[in-house]
Design a protein around this ligand. Sequence first.
Ligand SMILES: [Zn+2]
Length: 313
Amino acid sequence: MFGECHAHLFMNGYSYHEAVELHRDRPKEDDIRGKLRLYQEQGVTFVRDGGDTLGVSALAKKIAPEYGIDYRTPLFAIHKNGHYGGIVGCGFDNMEEYHSLVKRAIREGADFIKVMFSGILDFSRDGALTEEPLAAEEIREMIRIAHGEGMAVMAHVNGADAVRNAVEAGVDSVEHGNFMDEDCLQALAESHAVWVPTYVTITNLIGSGRFDDDSLRRLAAQQGERIRRGFALGVQIALGSDAGAYRVPHAQGILDEYREFRRLAGCGKADPKYGQEGMKLRAQPDDAALLTEDELDARLTAAEREIRERFAR
Ligand SMILES: [Zn+2]
């Protein structure tokens, strides 16, 4: 079974508010054990967390070996104050403060550094990004400082410019990576960075009734094409679902993400939930599949290996 390269163990897949309430005073071990058990039952032996502010992933790291799970965590994510990221991490105002957060993460036992470079998709506005990303110099400096401390960098980043800036500054993994253009995808293909699209954070919302399904299908089709292009260019792409996010349950998330990748690679089944758009995304019978099942598995295995090797102290 593949590993889960992007999860948030503290979240529950349906309510951020409830998750925070549950772990507010101290991380609840029963809840953490329950989630680790789900991964164990699914045969998932590698989980990379995206961070939290409640100490959940710190405790999870201690007990995960009991479940046969190699669990890696940044402990908390780091964002610039006034920008997205408060839901999973700590903020800074200047590079000095950033550097001390990096040192604190290291002191407290983080396996790597998680940073936030951009906003998120606003599904109520056709997936427009919620805010402007950090400036190129800030992105470069944040990566340089973390690397200087010997730490790999997992970056939450959306938008062509921000992703390209991160990739050119040597980021180790690109999380989400929505709205990349051809230039950016090529830069990614030439870099050592691994891309973790967390595609199901879009596709699993279809049919939820919370957002407009046509708009979600459109976003899914566009991002699906970019993932296909990424595979075609030889970008290292890994499976990570952002498990814990809305409608992305732990352990199930990675199965959903894999099913979507198979569909995109043309070696899986079409999914009726996409209607006509979905049929277009599937390789047509007279098309050669973009990747065979074995090729896809080999690619995903190699990208995961890269993450396992790089995101460790
Ligand atoms: Zn995440």
